[in-house]
Ligand binder design. Structure first.
Ligand code: LLP
Length: 427
């Protein structure tokens, strides 16, 4: 069977070969026009005439100063999950009232940092966290809004590791739990933490929009117990196209579906909300990003041909971690006949370091460039220094012009945190 190929979704023609010559490989390349189009599609279409709407960019998908600055310029709100992601927001001067702080185990230092910066909303995962947040907010005389994260038990039909509301998930509280009731009670009597609404996130790389419909119904049922119109945050997780087999809904249709699922669910439950939030990450950064590699050796074994590339699981852990599938092209040979069945393997000391298994590609030789599409989300953000690999540079391409926004790590960077101590000290 001839497999259909997906050759990326770039909004502009990008000369990957030229970029590789200039900036080296491996290289993360982002089509800024593509990201801006996506952001605007969300802003223009995620609307209701019944309640306010907000789109938060989930910065865990891809965060660096340039990206968060783009999100700021485009006027989205921001979802952060750590002090580190919050620090990026601080560095680029993000309006803190538009920042939403997530995470199931925020530390005291992180909560203090958030309060100090004036973060608008904390998404509270559990009662322990709310107790600490309340105490810290009171002590510092700060006010903060809180959304409570619920685990509503909806199967998002995605990979187990990125499914978040199965009943055994570590995230959020069961709507019928004592823990959730205690949170509501504690926030009610707090002068510093204002209970502002509810949050759910059913998983990631979700195509089954019926799962969001069910989630909206479950959330509406919970909202019914509150008399005041609250905020409802439906999370993110909207699927993207990694290969031709993936058929995500177009953003305008997705937005309209989400809004109408929520409107209908609220009507059926007889509930009103003041605002509706979503938190896309992957669907903003994913398809706009590609990774360019240089082919090193081509190796034939009786059952396989390997194209070895100069990166691998250190710049894209997703194939090893989630069995994620990708498509790629040999740069400059996009239209050549795909005659060889190949496994694209990385350079890590790890048998599982295979980026793409059994893909038909043209003949390639050492020095050719290979571009893997749709690596923009959770590629750079999950990169590692395993085998002391240096994290690649990131280049933004806008209107045909390129700009490096993150430089490649150097060996000196790898050693930057090593401390040469004078000896052991008694504790
Ligand atoms: N909101 C919450 C509460 C989340 O936990 C996540 C993702 C998002 C929004 C954004 O989801 P997105 O729209 O990007 O799918 N490393 C995995 C994905 C983990 C997602 C974690 N949470 C991967 O590479 O597929």
């Amino acid at each position: 069977m001839v497999r259909a190929f997906f050759s990326g979704n770039m909004k502009q023609k990008i000369d990957f070969g030229k970029l590789a010559d200039k900036f080296g490989t491996p290289l993360y390349v982002y089509d800024v026009n593509g990201m801006t189009d996506k952001i605007r599609a969300y802003k223009d279409n995620f609307k209701s005439d019944r309640f306010a709407t907000k789109v938060l960019y989930a910065s865990k998908a891809f965060s660096c100063d340039a990206m968060i600055r783009l999100v700021k310029e485009e006027g989205l709100c921001l979802d952060v999950v750590s002090g580190g992601e919050l620090h990026v927001a601080e560095r680029v001067g993000f309006d803190m009232s538009k920042v939403y702080f997530h995470g199931n185990n925020k530390s005291r230092a992180e909560l203090e940092y958030a309060l100090r910066l004036g973060v608008g909303t904390v998404i509270v995962d559990n009662f322990g966290e709310l107790t600490l947040l309340e105490k810290l907010a009171k002590e510092s005389g700060k006010k903060v809004k809180a959304l409570f994260r619920l685990n509503i038990g909806v199967d998002a039909h995605t990979h187990k590791y990125i499914s978040t509301t199965l009943f055994e998930s570590k995230f959020g509280m069961m709507p019928a739990s004592e823990e959730f009731r205690n949170c509501v009670a504690l926030a009610r009597q707090s002068g510093n933490v204002e209970f502002d609404g509810l949050h759910c996130h059913i998983g990631s790389q979700v195509f089954d929009t019926a799962a969001y419909k069910l989630a909206a119904e479950k959330m509406a049922a919970v909202l019914k117990q509150f008399t005041r119109p609250l905020t409802l945050n439906m999370g993110g997780g909207f699927g993207v196209r990694y290969t031709a087999d993936d058929t995500p809904a177009a953003t305008p249709a997705l937005c309209r579906d989400m809004v109408s699922y929520v409107e209908n669910a609220l009507d059926n439950a007889g509930v009103k909300i003041k605002e509706l939030l979503i938190e896309p990450g992957r669907s903003i950064a994913g398809e706009a990003g590609s990774t360019v590699y240089t082919v090193g050796f081509v190796k034939h074994i009786p059952t396989k041909t390997f194209y070895f590339v100069d990166g691998g699981m250190t710049d894209n852990i997703r194939p090893a971690l989630y069995q994620a599938k990708y498509d790629c092209d040999v740069v400059g040979k996009e239209s050549a006949e795909k005659t060889v069945k190949v496994t694209v393997a990385g350079k890590c000391c790890e048998s599982g370091d295979l980026l793409i298994e059994d893909i038909m590609l043209p003949e390639a030789e050492s020095g050719d460039r290979l571009v893997v599409y749709t690596t923009g989300a959770y590629g750079y953000s999950m990169s590692s220094n395993y085998n002391k690999a240096c994290v690649p540079a990131v280049v933004f391409v806008k209107d045909g012009m390129a700009r490096q926004v993150v430089r490649r790590q150097t060996y000196a960077d790898l050693a930057a945190c090593d401390t040469e101590d004078s000896g052991y000290e008694v504790l």
